[in-house]
Design a protein around this ligand. Structure first.
Ligand SMILES: [Ca+2]
Length: 197
């Protein structure tokens, strides 16, 4: 007959092994092909990306999506770039320093045929969709860190849709999108002139 101690150990060990063998990662990335530009490459758009803010204590992207069903965001000044290094000050173009959700929409000019690699520095959670496809995701609250790399392969140059969900809970905030292009193979911050809406 098993003692209570043996039964508890028998239950705990598989649980602990399961946690050790399947480490949870909230960061993932995808390789996608962008096929349908929203606008042709020669189109002239207004600079930057549009943004709507949600004042809310969030710790998951899912919570932001749920909240967006009930509340309209408050539109803020456009983001002229996605170059926001770590700060404890106001989040993006919002006035608040904490408890901010953001929905960012617009387009990015992918003017060359070939593969672009992307990664995003974020604090806290973020998901970046390009051309209607999820490319980068680093969910949950976390310190400032890079996501895994995702790629977008372009067959038809043009302006592709950008859709980003982001939140900053407390303390530091950061959102900085980096890429390589088919002609520049070193990671650098995406330049402001390729964002439009
Ligand atoms: Ca934070």
């Amino acid at each position: 007959m098993l003692s209570l101690f043996q039964k508890v150990i028998g239950l705990l060990v598989p649980c602990i092994m399961g946690v050790l063998l399947v480490p949870y990662s909230s960061s993932n990335a995808a390789d996608v092909t962008a096929v349908e530009p929203a606008y042709s490459a020669g189109e002239s758009l207004s600079p930057g990306l549009k943004v709507w803010y949600y004042s809310r204590d969030l710790s998951r992207l899912r919570e932001l999506r749920d909240w967006m069903k009930w509340k309209d965001g408050k539109e803020g000044p456009p983001l002229l770039s996605l170059d926001y290094p770590e700060t404890t000050g106001p989040v993006l173009t919002a006035t608040q320093e904490d408890l901010v959700g953001a929905r960012i929409e617009g387009a990015i000019l992918l003017s060359e045929v070939g593969q672009y690699r992307f990664k995003v520095l974020s604090n806290d959670g973020i998901q970046v969709d390009i051309g209607g496809k999820k490319v980068l995701k680093d969910d949950r609250t976390h310190s400032t860190r890079f996501s895994k790399e995702g790629t977008v392969t372009v067959n038809t140059p043009g302006w592709y849709s950008v859709y980003i969900l982001y939140f900053e809970r407390r303390h530091s905030a950061a959102l900085q999108l980096h890429w390589t292009t088919p002609s520049i193979n070193s990671m650098h911050v995406v330049p402001p002139e390729v964002f439009g809406h």
